[in-house]
Structure formats: structure tokens, C-alpha cells
Design a protein around this ligand. Structure first.
Ligand SMILES: CC(C)(COP(=O)(O)OP(=O)(O)OC[C@H]1O[C@@H](n2cnc3c(N)ncnc32)[C@H](O)[C@@H]1OP(=O)(O)O)[C@@H](O)C(=O)NCCC(=O)NCCS
Length: 176
């Protein structure tokens, strides 16, 4: 798996410990954490632990996370990557987040498009999945822009802050 992916405005670089401070700023924002599978971080050490975990998963090819850098400012504006890589079935799940200050500039669709191209062209992936809470309208818009198909509702699929919540399953196939 590549350590760097370029887009017109961004570079996706495999996440590293030195990114922790910048990613902590993003992951400590309740507006960003709201629909991720995390509570908003309260200490930078949590970002370090998350990065270590993601890189352990990368070593065994179960996942890979990239920090998203603005090519112009060199600043980290988010992260994205493949969770749950299922080689046997040529299937991956994607995840993404962008710092609130940078929302609305199309950075998430641009980052995810790079993941899609990498998955279908270089990684031999056939199906890309995205699981979204229905209330996460911003994320649904990203998936619609990228022409993902809504497949249905996974009823009470996740326990979020003590409550079971429905999850919407979206997918994009290589031959879509
Ligand atoms: C979902 C997310 C990644 C979208 O990133 P983005 O780079 O802003 O994506 P886009 O620029 O395509 O904007 C998507 C939608 O967000 C909404 N949006 C844009 N700017 C916004 C702002 N400043 N405040 C609130 N909503 C905004 C708009 O409805 C936009 O749709 P539109 O382009 O049709 O108007 C980002 O909102 C985010 O990080 N959310 C928290 C983490 C998360 O939910 N991750 C996905 C888990 S499934």
C-alpha cells in the first residue's frame, strides 16, 4: 500500500506520530467526533495511541490511515483511509474527517476520490463500503457526490453513548 497519494490540492501521507498534535486539534472537536466512533479527545496522548493502533493495523494490512495535508499551506486538515480491509473478498471500508475550519471546500470528496482510485486501480479492490449515521448529512452528501449507492439500514448496528443507533450502508463497486 502506498505511503503517499496526491490530489490536485492535497497530499495524503501515511499517518505518523509527529502528526499527533495536529490530529488532536481535529479529533478533540466535538463537531468532528460526533459521528466518528470516538468521544472527542481530551488529551494529545489519545491521538498518539490512536496513531499507534492505526499503524499496528497497517503492519498487518488490516487498515491504513492517511493524514491529509493541504499542499499549499502544508498544514494537516484531516485524515482518511481504509478500515477493515478484507482481502479475501476484495472489499474495504473507508473513513474520513476534515477539521471544521476547512469544511465545505470539497476536501473530503477530493481525499476519498484518491482512496477510490487507489483501491480500484492499484489494490485490486472490488467493493468500497461506507457506514454512516443517517443524521450525518454532511457525510451523506460526500458519498452522494462520489456516486455511492445507498443499500439499506443496518438496524441498531452500533452502540453510541449507551444507545443503539441505526447505520446506513453505502457502497461503490468497481464496475459502477
Ligand atoms: C463529513 C465531512 C468529512 C465532510 O467534509 P468536507 O470536506 O466539508 O466535505 P464537502 O466540502 O463536500 O461538504 C459536504 C457538506 O457539508 C456541509 N457543510 C459544508 N460546510 C459546512 C460548514 N462550514 N458547516 C456545516 N456544514 C457544512 C454542506 O452541506 C456540504 O454539502 P454541499 O457541498 O452540498 O453544500 C466533515 O463534515 C467532517 O469531518 N465531519 C465529521 C467527521 C465525520 O462525520 N466523518 C465521516 C464519518 S462517516
Amino acid at each position: 500500500m502506498k505511503e503517499e497519494l496526491f490530489t490536485k490540492r492535497l497530499v495524503l501521507r501515511k499517518i505518523q506520530t509527529s502528526d499527533a498534535a495536529a490530529l488532536f486539534n481535529i479529533w478533540s472537536d466535538p463537531a468532528v467526533a460526533a459521528f466518528m466512533n470516538i468521544s472527542a479527545f481530551t488529551s494529545e496522548s489519545q491521538a498518539v495511541e490512536m496513531i499507534d493502533l492505526l499503524n499496528e493495523l497497517a503492519e498487518t494490512k488490516q487498515a491504513i490511515r492517511y493524514s491529509v495535508f493541504d499542499l499549499h499551506s502544508k498544514e494537516i486538515i484531516g485524515s482518511c483511509g481504509f478500515n477493515a480491509i478484507n482481502a479475501e473478498n476484495a472489499r474495504v471500508e473507508i473513513g474520513y474527517d476534515i477539521a471544521k475550519a476547512h469544511w465545505g471546500n470539497g476536501y473530503a470528496p477530493e481525499s476519498v476520490q484518491a482512496l477510490i482510485d487507489e483501491a480500484f486501480i492499484n489494490l485490486g479492490i472490488n467493493r468500497i463500503e461506507a457506514k454512516v449515521e443517517p443524521a450525518n448529512i454532511n457525510s451523506v452528501k460526500v458519498l452522494q457526490k462520489l456516486r455511492f449507492t445507498f443499500e439499506g439500514t443496518l438496524r441498531q448496528y452500533e452502540k453510541v453513548k449507551g444507545n443503539f443507533v441505526d447505520i446506513h450502508m453505502y457502497s461503490l463497486l468497481k464496475n459502477d
